[in-house]
Design a protein around this ligand. Sequence first.
Ligand SMILES: C[S@@+](CC[C@H](N)C(=O)[O-])C[C@H]1O[C@@H](n2cnc3c(N)ncnc32)[C@H](O)[C@@H]1O
Length: 922
Amino acid sequence: MQKRLIESDKFSSLIPEIDEKAVKEKGSGRPTYWGMVFWRTRKPLVSARAFIAASLLPEGFNITEYKRIIRLNEDIPHKYQPITNNVFKDYVLLDPFAGFGSIPLEAKRLGLGKVIASELLPTAYMFLKAVLDYPKYGEKLLKDIERYGNELIKSLEEDVKELYGDTTGFVGSWEVKCPHCGNYTPLVNQWWLLALKEGSSNDEEEEGEESEVKSGAFRRLVYMEPVKEGNQIRVKVIDLNKELNVKSVRAKKTKDKIIVNGKEYRVSQGNVNAKKSFARCLHCNNVFPKDSKKWYVKEAINEWNENYEKFMNGEITLEELRNSRARPTLLVKFKGKAKDLTFEEITVKDEEAFWDSFDKLRGLDITKIPTEKASPYGTLRFVTWGIDRFYKLFNARQLIILTKIVEKISYLRDIIEGDDEYKKAVITYLVLAFLNHIRYNCMLTSVHPTRTFVREATALTRFSFMWNWIEISPLANIIGSFSKSLEHVNEGLEYLIQTDSDSQVEVLQTDVCDLRLDPVDVIITDPPYADDVPYPEVGDFYYVWLKKVFPFPYNTQWEELVPKDIGVDEARNKVFGNGVGTYDYFRERLAQAFANLSKLLKGEGVLVTFYNHTSPKAWTSLLYAGWYYSKFRISTTYAITTEDETRINARGTVSLDKSIVIVWRKRAEGTKHIQEVKKNVISAISDWISTNIKSLSLDTYIEVLGKVLSEFTKYEKLLGLKGEGMKAVEDLVSNHVFPTVVQSLIEGLAKGTGARVENPYSVFYVLVKALLPPSKTVRKLDKNTLIFLNVSGNITKKDLLQNKIIKAGKDTIYLMEPENANDINDKIRSFEMLNHVKSAIAGDYNFSNPVQVLHYLEYIALKYPDKLKEEVDKLREKTRFVDEALSVAKIFTKVLNEKDVEYGPSCKMVGGCEKGIEKWVS
Ligand SMILES: C[S@@+](CC[C@H](N)C(=O)[O-])C[C@H]1O[C@@H](n2cnc3c(N)ncnc32)[C@H](O)[C@@H]1O
């Protein structure tokens, strides 16, 4: 079978470059079409492009030419069309989990003969049509969308004027009747409106940023101030730029204070915190009651939502609805555009208009609003607040205008010139703009003072109930309005039109297990990552509106499609039973999917899967599905960056939280005993490591893992595995694959030095030191990394803790190594701070592992280099760990960064160092 470029060592050297560009793409270099509407876990286009091309080109293909084809030399490759000269025209690609279509889009741009994109969900199917298929209509489509979009906007002006006047929008919250004083008090979790620093771009700042101290020039500093007047709470607006009459305010800002020229402005603290079930009345200052199960506030909001439904059904009056213990309330309104919004107090007229719209809403045909039930089992977080039907995510005014937009979009269908498919295309993009708008105009939005002002509902994967929601006029000149969304759709489409090629594109809405096609040349895909995103439930947020324009045969996605979804969400089981939503169910479905993919792939074809979980559990699931169940063998693996760097490094730990790419081939054959495979693998791979590894990192681990897996999965059956099915695969992964990787690495590193490292604590210590870069203090690890590197000697985390190899923090695990330092005295102090070194200095040589002996000898090497030999001889009498400690030192002289605090003393211990690892292998 001819090997492909993706299976060559040459290709792996390009990964850092592909990664670097992928990170840019997920940050400031985002493709404009992603702004059309939001869908989770979109793959970077550059990675999709690189892996597709490398799966089709032969192993020996010239790397310079390959880079030229995929435009890897450009700063942001996706902005350029690949240069392919039709080399891919004879191939057919399938992506059966196509999502928002990064992979098929790039296949199309590479000019494959045929590209098939399939998805389970109708929502994603519509998006795929917009991304992959309809751009074929080119400029005409673009013009028509502009034209009909403008008509749509014009036709809405009257209604918008009636509902919003000259107001751009409102900031609201929930008010709840105080059980102590009987007054309604607004509950607001924070009173900030805008805190925008001069010169910062909108999306630079991190979430939670508002709690930090910030100093400098602010172009906007605006907050609300609640003031008690009689039995009313008046919400005043404090706009510091206005108040001080300056464009830019130089200030120091904390969460609840602004200091300008020594003068202090206090910003009230929020009076509600749902996590702590805390709420305080702004009238009487009493805290609302709660017990372990019930919280008054949550019950009251549930009551509002029940009453909302009764009201809609004509069972109660508006008066009764308004008398619910909780109700939405307006805090302030805003006018103007984008960053120049001006804020004003709410008037009685505003309040009346708000409640009048509830009366108007009742006059509306109920079939026009989304009355579908949201999945009831808590996957969507807002349901526990009584928001059990989708219309309850909107207030009356929002529903009135949103239903109008949908009505007008549907009406356009009769007017648009062209055949049915073309009409559908135009309408699809208009609907996309609408769906984007609703995520900025519903009760799940919130105020984001340091960034874009409106934080959209989809900011959290499973949605959450929000206190200070934002309502915007669809025609407002701010991000997220319908008119702005139309502009974004136009920009997106413009991008997509440029991606057009001669490829034949087929978009399907099918469960991967039901796909029936002629076998294809490559399958490149990104299956769901267990419990990462509950797509059917979350997608219903869009679907219930989408189906008002395009009829689909399902009431909701969750009701019909959850049992087919390949995902983990235990809560699903409450409604569906039969194991639906459990990890086992997920694994079986994933296995069936792979089995079908095996049928859909040509004999010499390549299957490439991207997978965002690197946990041992994820590896087990994939191996079970791909190898054990479907008889694919693994040809190679890569670790790549697909999510943005901030997420990966958010906890400051170096981790294996990357995507793994697995290249699979048909098929595993024959039988062999596991021990035999293991022996051969360790010997071959440690040789390979000792001659090929240029620098060490966690990616080396994945690279070696790939090599190990490709040896094990060559065979259809491995004798000596314990159990059957998942049990056998778990045994394979935990007791053979990971230990083999670790052992190959250690033997590879030790080869040629005569060093032998066998003690499980030393093995673990050496690997962490070798694979993780040094930090300012000590190395930190996350849970998965700990598991991976700790599988060699069957030692547990507890053992590592007890033996003082690691120390556990709240979320992080620290390696018990001497702290890094530059100055020799500081270095010596770092060693002296280790308890076992301290004890040995005091004459207590009760070492429990070779690492402790190593530390003590390193200390001697630094402080009393002349006495080193003498001390080594003395220690031999007292502990059996001396030789292994010396072996570790030998390895350290080869693998440690010269800046590592243990590098220098290790060199002294082994009698000198003239090289780092690069010099060592060459
Ligand atoms: C990780 S996402 C793919 C993202 C995509 N590569 C992109 O760049 O946008 C996985 C997709 O698999 C879909 N899916 C889940 N179960 C499926 C099934 N049984 N058949 C087909 N698609 C399924 C989900 O709806 C989801 O969109």
